[in-house]
Design a protein around this ligand. Sequence first.
Ligand code: FAD
Length: 307
Amino acid sequence: MKPSPLTYHRPATLEEACETLSGTGGKVLAGGQSLIPLLSMRLAAPADLIDINQLPGLDAIDVAADSVTFGALVRHTALLGDKRASDAAPLLGRALAHVAHPTIRNRGTTVGSIAHADPASEMPAVLTLLGGEVHAVSTRGRRTIPVDDFFLGPLETALAEDELAVAVRVPRQSRGEGTAIDELARRHGDYAMAGVAARVRLSGSGSDAVIDDAAATYISAGDMGRRYDFSDVLRGTAPDDPELNARLSRAGDSARDIVDTDADIHASADYRSQLVAALTARVLGAAVADAAGMTVDTRDFHERSRS
Ligand SMILES: Cc1cc2nc3c(=O)[nH]c(=O)nc-3n(C[C@H](O)[C@H](O)[C@H](O)COP(=O)(O)OP(=O)(O)OC[C@H]3O[C@@H](n4cnc5c(N)ncnc54)[C@H](O)[C@@H]3O)c2cc1C
């Protein structure tokens, strides 16, 4: 199908984009990888489309001492290929390797994925887990929205109709912290039937290090924007403790109880719950290994990203 009639705007400056957005109540077009199919199927029918691809200064990736910030025109491919960003916040690269196929990543933006807030997408789960923030701008001014206030529900965010997300900032992974992500999809590059991103923090160092904090977020399962806490199950366990596997398995059982799943044409709710349990144990275990310095070679992710 074709989109319903609309007025196409291609502003040249951020000010012009904000004025057009505020004057028309139109939809922002970034990479178009989610919006264009919605328009074509007429599931969305805005009267105005504001293409932000001409705007200057939104394609930068800034790696600072404490954070990584990427602009609204940074394509998934650019962020995935940015070694400084992946070194500073390794979960970014690890997660982006799971996002769709190279052609979609070449056009789709990571900020657009976050603004779209699809519960089947990886990057909202990553941002929720890492505790980042979204920088927004409108004719009314600029504001920073902490991620805990950002996701209101599936496909629903705190961005007002006249607001443009200009950038997203995530904190740098600190020493003693580890992250991991994994998912199961019917075919490589498809949206996941279920996926898990996890972060673990160790206290102490060397042979005295024990798990202090453990959390996970879910893809195609659970509540949008919610961090699930597994600290009680894992706290006090050393990364090389023979008990660790049993505790990870308990964390998986606990996830099966607390993470809601739905059925769709790809999987039953019950099967999704089994995936949630198995993936939670596996991904928390990988995050513990990462925190203990047994880091996964990031080339693995870059190799996968080419397929
Ligand atoms: C076949 C296919 C498979 C895919 N598989 C996956 C997958 O496995 N995992 C995954 O995560 N994604 C997947 N995607 C989606 C892809 O990652 C998109 O790039 C992403 O969801 C949206 O980014 P975009 O830049 O294309 O946004 P657009 O499609 O341009 O916009 C999406 C929505 O976000 C809004 N928006 C975008 N940017 C901004 C902004 N800066 N400020 C305010 N609002 C904004 C738009 O108005 C629109 O409502 C897939 C897409 C396709 C077509």
